[in-house]
Structures are given as structure tokens and as C-alpha cells.
Design a protein around this ligand. Structure first.
Ligand code: ADP
Length: 441
């Protein structure tokens, strides 16, 4: 009730009761006159209230006179409230238009999803990049419309800390998408067009792969001639050492070219690794035997096979993984050191660790050692015959098997490289399966 209501009500009540009092005192029957005044006031209020109700409902005022007094004040207050609400609505609409215009001007797509993963809102870029219709697709489940298997898996997994790269709905386009949870189980889906970056990446990869392939033939020819030259009995002794050094350098170049080709092949592969059962225990035994046969190696070199389980995957890639890890351990561990390779299975999947008591890696550099050509001590790494590509190959090959590489290391104490494979990649060897079925009643 506004400040003007009480006076407006007050003088009418006072006037009515004063008139009733006067008439009652002059003519008698005071109670009746007071009752008549109260009734009059009540009827007047009822009539005015019905007018107010009609005005609120239809927007039409009955008459100026009916809106006098107390109701006139209420009318004025309501009109003011309505004007204020209209102004607030206008301001809100302007703000909304600005937000809509700015989000539509964004190059990145934005989609608001509710707790059920249904589309609540999207900007222009989202409809262009993801092929969505802002009108028709509202309320639809996002995976009914964006159906790429990687996207569906990303949504189903519910782990949104990383961005996902996937092909866009338009030909030859690539998107990077990420879901950002906020508020009450709502999510903001951000989609970026990364076609240019992906194209550049492809060009770089193809360039490296092409150069490596082109280098292979000349290197083979040079290596062949150098070998013949090294075997040549008439070669002057002064040339023996330079020829041997050239042979070592050509062998190094060959290893780099070989590793570059392997890495480009792994990077270019769009699908996960195949599902052929690979005898990893047998592979590790062979690598262990080869390591034992080396002239220079740590005295203590052990292999612990705790499971005979196999991995579904690509044999050549898995061989690269384990041979790179074991070779690194052998190269960075002194003769009095120890290397242990372990293969085991638990509810998290299959695991292979290669532990050494070698020179170790400074903690700050651990995240970087899987980068191409990154070496902790490049002089020493080259000396012991590394290409700088081994761990990059390991990381990529494991990713293609749904696996991960975990690294623990302390300088001067040693390192442990562990490969983790998901349970879905584990498979029992045929012999174990037949044994199990023999044992079945
Ligand atoms: P490289 O061919 O130089 O060994 P990698 O990619 O295999 O290339 O390894 C990168 C770097 O990581 C190595 O140069 C070395 O500094 C470090 N590193 C790898 N494995 C080990 C290990 N077992 N012990 C100590 N350092 C290691």
C-alpha cells in the first residue's frame, strides 16, 4: 500500500462516521446510522475493487470517478509498477539481444545442453559447424544429431577434461569439441573449426614421411658402398677409421629414417589398432633373450611373467613399444645396475613395466621426454645410439591400443616405464581357454 492510501481512506471513513454520528445524535438511532455508514463504505469499496479487478483483467477503466480516492492511489501505484516492469523488460530484451548478437558473432560454436543432454540453445556458429537447426533441433538429444562414433563415445564416457577432435558434418572439415559442465547439471558444448590446423598437421606429417622415404634409397646405396669400402683390403689404413665412422653415422641416419617412417605411419592411422591376439609374453621372452645375449649389459636382467594373457592389437607396434623401452633401459643403466621387466594383469587391465636402476630423469623433464627428438642429455643420448624418437613411438602406439604410458623416475636412482592396456584389449591364450573348457564339468 502506497503512502497516499491511508489519508485517502482515512478522510472518507472519518467523513462517513462523522455524518452517521451527527445524524444519530440529531435524529436518534445512532447504531443504525453507524451501521449504514459502514455498509455504505463497504459497498463503495466492493464496487471500486470490482472495478480494479476488471481493469487488471481487461485493461479497461470503468470511469474516472470510480478510480477516485483510495483506488485512485492504487491505480497510480499499479501504473507505476507496470511502467517499471515494462522498462525492466525492455532493458532485459536489449541485454538478451546483445548477448545473442555477440554469441552469434563468435567463430566458435556454443550449444547449451540440459541435464538430459538435450539442446536448450545454440548460436549461429554451432548450427553452421555442427549442422544443427536452431528452431527444429531444440529439445533433441545431442547424440541424435551429432552422431560421429567418437563424439557419442565422448558423451557416454562423461570425461570432459580433454578436447575431442572429430570430422565435421561438412566434407573435409575437422572440429575440436569440448563439454564444459556448469550450473545445475547443465553443459556448454564448445565447437571450434580446426580444419586449417589439421590440414597443416597432415602436410607436416606427409612431408616428413615423404622425405624419410626419399632418403631411404640413397642411404642404402651409401651404406652398401661404405661396407664394400670397409671390406677392401687395399684401403689405406688412414681411411679405416673415417670409413668406420661414416658407417656408424649412416647406420644412425638409417635408424632415424626408420623411426620417422614408423612414427608417421602411427600418426596417420585414423582407426585404433587391430584386434589380433598378440603373444606379448612370448615377445618379452624373446626381447629378454636378445638383451641377455648383448655384450654390454647390466648384470642383473630379469623377466617376471605373472600372466599368460595376450593383448589384442598390432604385433609390429607392440614390438616397437617393448623393444624401445627395454633398449632405453639397457642404454641408460650401467653394467652394475639392474633391469626388471614385469607383465601382469589385474581388474584395470594388462600392464608391462620396465624398471631400471639407471641414470634416471629429472622430474621437470619427465612430461617432455615423449616429445620428438627430446633428450635429457642429447650428447650422451646420441653417444649411446638414440634417435630421440623411441618414446614418441611408444606413446603413439599405446594410444592406438587404448593404452597409456606412465613414467616414474629419479635422477641417479633409476626409472620405471609402465604400459597400461585396458581390460577390453586382454585375451587369454588359446591353450588357457582349452584348458579351462577341459576343466569344466
Ligand atoms: P632416445 O632415442 O634418445 O633414447 P627416446 O625417445 O627413447 O629417445 O628417449 C628420450 C629421452 O628420454 C632419452 O634421450 C633419455 O634422455 C630419456 N630416457 C628414456 N629412457 C630412459 C631411461 N630408461 N633412463 C633414463 N633416461 C631415459
Amino acid at each position: 500500500m502506497g503512502p497516499g492510501v491511508l489519508p485517502a481512506l482515512g478522510w472518507r471513513v472519518a467523513l462517513a462516521f462523522l455524518a452517521a454520528l451527527f445524524l444519530g445524535l440529531v435524529l436518534g438511532g445512532l447504531a443504525w446510522w453507524l451501521f449504514a455508514a459502514a455498509l455504505g463504505l463497504f459497498l463503495h469499496l466492493a464496487y471500486a475493487l470490482s472495478g480494479l479487478e476488471q481493469w487488471l483483467r481487461t485493461g479497461k477503466r470503468r470511469s474516472r470517478a470510480a478510480a477516485d480516492g483510495i483506488l485512485g492511489v492504487i491505480y497510480a501505484d499499479i501504473v507505476q509498477l507496470k511502467q517499471r516492469a515494462r522498462r525492466r523488460k525492455k532493458r532485459f530484451h536489449r541485454l538478451l539481444r546483445e548477448v545473442r548478437d555477440s554469441t552469434d558473432a563468435m567463430h566458435d560454436g556454443g550449444v547449451i545442453l540440459n541435464a538430459e543432454m538435450e539442446i536448450a540453445w545454440l548460436n549461429d556458429a554451432a548450427s553452421r559447424l555442427l549442422g544443427l537447426d536452431p528452431g527444429r533441433d531444440q529439445g533433441q538429444h545431442i547424440t541424435n544429431l551429432v552422431r560421429h562414433p567418437n563424439f557419442v563415445a565422448y558423451i557416454e564416457e562423461g570425461e570432459f577434461s580433454e578436447k575431442l577432435r572429430m570430422p565435421g558434418p561438412l566434407r573435409n572439415t575437422h572440429l575440436s569439441v569440448q563439454l564444459i559442465p556448469y550450473g545445475n547439471q547443465q553443459k556448454l558444448l564448445i565447437a571450434q573449426d580446426v580444419t586449417r590446423e589439421v590440414r597443416l598437421e597432415h602436410m607436416r606429417r606427409d612431408f616428413v614421411a615423404n622425405v624419410s622415404h626419399e632418403l631411404r634409397s640413397p642411404l642404402t646405396v651409401i651404406a652398401g658402398y661404405l661396407e664394400s669400402l670397409g671390406d677392401e683390403t687395399s684401403l689405406d689404413d688412414v681411411w679405416r677409421e673415417p670409413v668406420a665412422e661414416m658407417q656408424r653415422q649412416v647406420a644412425r641416419m638409417n635408424s632415424i629414417v626408420h623411426d620417422l617412417i614408423t612414427l608417421s605411419r602411427l600418426e596417420a592411422a585414423e582407426h585404433p589398432a587391430g584386434q589380433e591376439p598378440v603373444d606379448v609374453p612370448g615377445m618379452l621372452q624373446q626381447l629378454h633373450r636378445d638383451a641377455l645375449a648383448r655384450r654390454e649389459r647390466p648384470a642383473d636382467l630379469s623377466l617376471r611373467l605373472e600372466t599368460s594373457a595376450l593383448v589384442r592389437g598390432e604385433e609390429q607396434e607392440l614390438h616397437s613399444v617393448f623393444s624401445n623401452l627395454l633398449n632405453n633401459a639397457l642404454r641408460f643403466t650401467p653394467a652394475d645396475g639392474r633391469i626388471e621387466c614385469r607383465w601382469w594383469q589385474d581388474e584395470d587391465g594388462l600392464h608391462c613395466s620396465v624398471t631400471d636402476t639407471g641414470i634416471g630423469i629429472p622430474e621437470a623433464l619427465i612430461p617432455r621426454i615423449t616429445e620428438r627428438f627430446f633428450r635429457v642429455d642429447s650428447g650422451r643420448a646420441r653417444e649411446v645410439g638414440g634417435t630421440g624418437l623411441g618414446l614418441a613411438i611408444v606413446k603413439h602406439a599405446l594410444l592406438r591400443h587404448g593404452g597409456q604410458l606412465e613414467i616414474h623416475s629419479r635422477p641417479g636412482e633409476g626409472s620405471r616405464f609402465t604400459c597400461h592396456f585396458p581390460p577390453s584389449r586382454a585375451v587369454l591364450p588359446a591353450s588357457a581357454v582349452s584348458q579351462e573348457s577341459d576343466e569344466a564339468p
